[in-house]
Design a protein around this ligand. Structure first.
Ligand SMILES: [Zn+2]
Ligand SMILES: [Zn+2]
Length: 133
């Protein structure tokens, strides 16, 4: 890998502006630079974009990631997998977590994501999930 990428103009901690890192138009500013990831630049998301501008626009996103019934079922399955009973009511924090897991599963289609590169959920996805739960 070559390292002659563009040098940072200042020595200050560069916090990218939204225009610099978002190309889908749906991202929001995130609290840390590491979280500033757009769906159009996330390696594990990009192959799923097809001709959509943003991953939150694909049909299965609404059906599988935002639908509370689907999330409730996934939660029960997770509980069964962990051999716990699905007695717990799904609170909004858990339901967001399930939605994130569901999203990563959908994007990777069961493939393992390299351990070295941590999965960062794109900002537009975080925003959508937060809006509904
Ligand atoms: Zn974006
Ligand atoms: Zn997006």
């Amino acid at each position: 890998m070559t390292t002659n990428s563009v040098a940072k103009p200042t020595s200050q901690q560069a916090f990218p502006t939204l225009e610099e890192w978002c190309d889908c138009g749906n991202c929001l500013h995130m609290p840390s630079p590491e979280e500033c990831v757009c769906c159009r630049h996330a390696e594990f998301v990009y192959p799923n974009l097809e001709d959509h501008q943003c991953i939150t626009q694909i049909e299965s996103f609404d059906n599988l990631i935002l639908n509370p019934d689907v999330l409730a079922l996934s939660f029960i399955q997770m509980m069964m997998f962990k051999r716990q009973c699905g007695r717990d009511q799904l609170n909004s924090r858990q339901s967001r977590l399930v939605a994130y897991i569901q999203f990563v599963c959908l994007m990777l289609k069961g493939e393992r994501h390299g351990k070295s590169n941590r999965v960062v959920i794109p900002s537009c996805v975080v925003r959508k999930i937060r809006d509904v739960s």
